[in-house]
Design a protein around this ligand. Structure first.
Ligand code: S3P
Length: 449
């Protein structure tokens, strides 16, 4: 289905979907990091299976504005980098909907001898930026948060950065990455201490580009150049399929007795796949088969990839919280969906970070589930979903412009007692442009209105 710019979709219930074999587009987190760092490398880097979504295209545009040359042919991206330092621009960099785009690029720009302004759409301009403003200020960067309540637009740069020792107040890979990337340009060593392990794509990409990253348990350190240009190596590599995109199909298939699904070429970084552990605890039949290690040559996938095979069956509710949360942070709406379809209560705890995502995902998920007649209790840091009742297609469901809520609700709609209307679906293009086509390929029926 070619998406026009209409923003509403009707999803029909299905007795079998999602069933079949699927490949998902490239990982969003890896695509952002690869593009930004290739733009600072010397010479030409080649990135295969780049995620051609609105968020990552904004990052490509931003690094072009900062002086890198970008040639894209479909998912194949060639970047001629700037050998260690961006060029100043008076233009505002619009990172669209992407917290990763803004927070990581702010880290890289913090140590440059000029000031850059970063901004984004209304959702991004409502998300907290003091969480990066504070450590960058401690590093002696000039930071101005021009929006209300410490939000973007944000001006960064101009200072001679000092390395810091920074204990993250929250488990956030974006904040960790921002501080480490700023640390690359600082004087001395920068150490970030994580309260819980979060996704480690920045560390992996940096090492692959020849930057030493010292990891000792929860302490991650880099040495800075004291304002001199970075010394990186150009790279060739393939972005793994995005586990967070595969997660929609995996969850729905796991909950559908009789469904059989194979996902190919998907990233299996263990800091991303905790959803599989939770679904298995609920009784799901899921097997992840990593590709052999020799698939990972110098120009192979950036990280561990493999296949995931799912055979659907009836599930039971569970609880998730603690250290699991950062490793399934983007999949929590899907735990809500699985919880609604499983027998008994499912409880999500320790997930207050969901309140500052593309929407307040605790509130928007609770609203979405309730629109399907699911009984939900909202907590400050999560929710309880009482599963096992019929899924009803009552009033329209609203994504509140949040791509992951729109797609999670489409999965629940496959199980409803009639066609369900979802408003606010154009946003799926920020992370998963082919989502509605793939839904059709896996046996679902959705019509745009
Ligand atoms: C991301 C980290 C996560 C995640 C986001 C992408 C990243 O955010 O929710 O979609 O690429 O580093 P936080 O680290 O702020 O939780």
């Amino acid at each position: 289905m070619v998406m026009n710019n209409r923003d509403t979709i009707i999803v029909h219930p299905s007795a079998t979907a999602p069933t079949g074999i699927v490949s998902v587009p490239g990982d969003k987190s890896v695509s952002h990091r690869a593009a930004m760092l290739a733009a600072l490398a010397p010479g030409t880097s080649i990135i295969g299976n780049f995620l051609v979504s609105e968020d990552c295209l904004n990052t490509l545009r931003a690094v072009e504005t900062l002086g890198a040359s970008v040639v894209r042919d479909g998912v194949h991206v060639k970047i001629v980098g700037l050998d260690g330092r961006f060029r100043a621009t008076a233009r505002e960099l619009d990172m669209g909907n992407s917290g990763t785009g803004l927070r990581l690029l702010a880290g890289l720009l913090a140590g440059h001898p000029f000031v850059t302004t970063l901004t984004g759409d209304a959702s991004l301009r409502s998300r907290p930026m003091r969480r990066i403003g504070e450590p960058l200020t401690q590093m002696k960067c000039d930071v101005d948060l021009l929006g209300e309540n410490g939000c973007a637009p944000m001006r960064v740069g101009g200072g001679h950065l000092q390395g810091i020792w920074y204990r993250l107040p929250m488990a956030s890979a974006q904040v960790k990455s921002c501080v480490l990337l700023a640390g690359l340009f600082a004087e001395g060593r920068t150490t970030v201490i994580e309260p819980l392990p979060t996704r480690d794509h920045t560390e992996i990409v940096l090492r692959r580009m020849g930057v030493p990253v010292d990891i000792k348990g929860s302490h991650i350190s880099v040495e800075g150049t004291a304002g001199e240009p970075l010394k990186l190596k150009s790279v060739q590599g393939i972005v793994p399929g995005d586990f967070s995109s595969a997660a929609f199909w995996i969850t729905a298939a796991a909950c559908r007795p009789g469904a059989e699904l194979t996902v190919r070429n998907v990233g299996l970084n263990p800091r991303r796949t905790a959803l599989l552990d939770v679904l298995k605890r609920m009784g799901a039949d899921i097997e992840a088969k990593p590709d052999p290690a020799d698939a990972h040559g110098a120009d192979g996938p950036w990280e561990c990839t493999g296949q995931i095979v799912v055979r659907g069956r009836a599930l039971a509710g569970t609880e998730t919280g603690g250290a699991e949360i950062p490793n399934l942070i983007d999949e929590l709406p899907l735990i809500g969906v699985a919880g609604a379809l499983a027998e008994g209560p499912t409880v999500i705890r320790d997930a207050a970070e969901l309140r500052v995502k593309e929407s307040d995902r605790i509130a928007t998920l609770a609203q979405g589930l309730s629109a399907f007649g699911v009984s939900v209790e909202e907590h400050p840091d999560g929710l309880t979903v009482h599963g096992g009742a019929a899924i009803r297609c009552g009033g329209a469901v609203n994504s509140h412009g949040d791509h992951r809520i729109a797609m999670a609700m489409a999965m629940l709609a496959l199980f409803a007692d009639g066609p369900a209307r979802i408003d606010g679906v154009a946003c799926t293009a920020t992370s998963y442009p082919g989502f509605w086509d793939t839904l059709g390929e896996l046996g679902g029926v959705a019509e745009q209105r």
